[in-house]
Design a protein around this ligand. Structure first.
Ligand code: EPZ
Length: 420
């Protein structure tokens, strides 16, 4: 298993190009099953979660062709319903996103329950309730979801989400596009990736209004057709590089980033002593003065994203004073805490709250990645730790960050990737 050797103390400077959002690519790849033609996506990131999703789509006869410049063509003309097997859905929870398109296109679907993961149980009850509200019969036996449409196919209905789940909103959206009549989705997730999925579905011929708000209306249509869409850029990748510049006291232009996609993150970084503002090509981030400890609570968009919690915590480990980090989206997204403490951080956990007391300096050590965002928080801390840090199991990183080590080296970091 590859590992990274990082020598701390170098500022992150210059510019970095961010790519298409992983969490926009995954549902849109699944959405290709809704059409019987070609869906062409551009700015698709080269990350292993996308590879896993494409392997899953092959199970249904979708032909995926990667072209130059991160173009991906998905041909669903020969698609057929099949089973989404446990070993694939277990590896990547987003595999559950094929359930709705399979059901809407073929009238039935058999998809493995996704396993839990390092950050929590990851239930899918809201996905199943949404499909039930649109006229599907769903039962679970021996770890598989068996879903079929009732007589007459999917019909429009009212989907009320008890929490603004991103995945459940995407499941309801995709099923509703081909349901007979109107669907109202209440308490929908407002994230940019959900709005980007709506743009692609609309390009395929779907009739949707209200994306970006808590109430989305869908008028079902008979069929969806060929389309082409350029993915939005990855706001979590952008936030990660912003924190890389902030933690090292550097200055960085993040090309392709949009401040508005970061929701409250910009204001919170400003309060911590970081300067961040829009530039012609994206975002500028500079930190020259001291870092202040700032409290954060993760919330649904546009609140502070849970996917930047671990990265922000790394920043707070060397801030003046203390910072309270409350995680409200997942029940256990603190796997990075013991590893950050191995680097000399002073973090105490109390249920879903972490108290981070700023320290003078971090010191290099051997640490282990456990999940995608925890692993990148270790890399960020290592950039500023004295001496050498080894980050093990960095396959977690490669799931959601394209060439992170190479990009950081291009911005001045001292990082070596060691295979094996
Ligand atoms: C999406 O996951 C993202 N993944 C996650 O990013 C992100 O952390 C998460 O949204 C929250 O923002 C993709 O978009 C592929 P949720 P998703 O449904 O859709 C509970 C990363 O690092 N819940 O919004 O699975 C759930 O347990 C990944 O890129 C239910 O209870 O997240 C969690 O506590 C990690 N029942 C909360 O809602 C359900 O049916 C938010 O989950 C569904 C979710």
């Amino acid at each position: 298993m590859d590992r990274l050797l990082i020598r701390g103390g170098r500022r992150i400077e210059g510019s970095v190009q961010i790519r298409g959002a992983k969490n926009a690519a995954l549902p849109q790849i699944a959405a290709a099953l809704l059409g019987s033609g070609r869906l062409e996506l551009t700015n698709v990131p080269e990350v292993t979660d996308v590879d896993t999703m494409l392997a899953l789509m092959q199970e249904f006869g979708v032909v995926a062709t990667r072209g130059t410049g991160r173009t991906l063509v998905l041909d669903a003309s020969g698609a057929r319903s099949a089973q989404a097997p446990y070993d694939m859905v277990r590896r990547m929870r987003a595999g559950i996103l094929v359930l709705a398109p399979l059901l809407a296109r073929f009238g039935s679907a058999r998809v493995s329950m996704p396993g839990g993961c390092a950050i929590g149980a990851r239930p899918i009850d809201l996905h199943l309730k949404a499909l039930d509200a649109l006229g599907a019969e769903v039962n679970i036996e021996s770890g598989y979801i068996n879903a079929r449409v009732k007589e007459g196919g999917l019909r429009g209905g009212r989907v009320v989400l008890s929490s603004p789940s991103i995945g459940a909103t995407e499941t309801a959206l995709m099923a509703a596009t081909l349901a007979r009549g109107e669907t109202e989705i209440l308490n929908a997730a407002r994230d940019p990736e959900v709005s980007d999925l709506v743009l692609t579905l609309a390009a395929m011929g779907a009739r949707i209004a209200g994306e970006g708000t808590h109430r989305i209306l869908v008028q079902g249509v008979e069929a969806l057709h060929n389309a082409r869409h350029d993915l939005i850029t990855d706001r979590i990748e952008a936030g990660t590089y912003a924190i890389a510049a902030a933690i090292t006291g550097g200055h960085l232009e993040i090309l392709g980033a949009h401040l508005e996609h970061l929701g409250s993150v910009g204001a919170i970084l400003e309060s911590a002593g970081v300067q961040i503002w829009p530039s012609d090509r994206g975002l500028m981030v500079v930190r020259s003065g001291p870092l202040q400890g700032i409290d954060i609570t993760t919330e649904p968009y546009p609140g502070f994203p849970t996917d930047l919690q671990a990265q922000f915590m790394a920043l707070m480990t060397i801030a003046l004073g203390a910072s309270v980090v409350r995680e409200t989206i997942y029940e256990s997204r603190f796997m990075h805490v013991p590893e950050l403490n191995r680097l000399g951080a002073n973090i105490a956990l109390q249920g879903s709250t972490a108290l981070v007391r700023g320290v003078e300096k971090l010191h290099g050590a051997e640490v282990m990645a456990t999940d995608l965002r925890a692993s990148v928080s270790l890399v960020l801390a290592a950039l500023v730790a004295e001496g050498e840090t080894t980050v093990h199991r960095i396959y977690h990183l490669d799931r959601g960050y394209e060439a992170l080590d190479r990009k950081l080296v291009q911005c001045g970091a001292d990082i070596q990737r060691v295979a094996g």
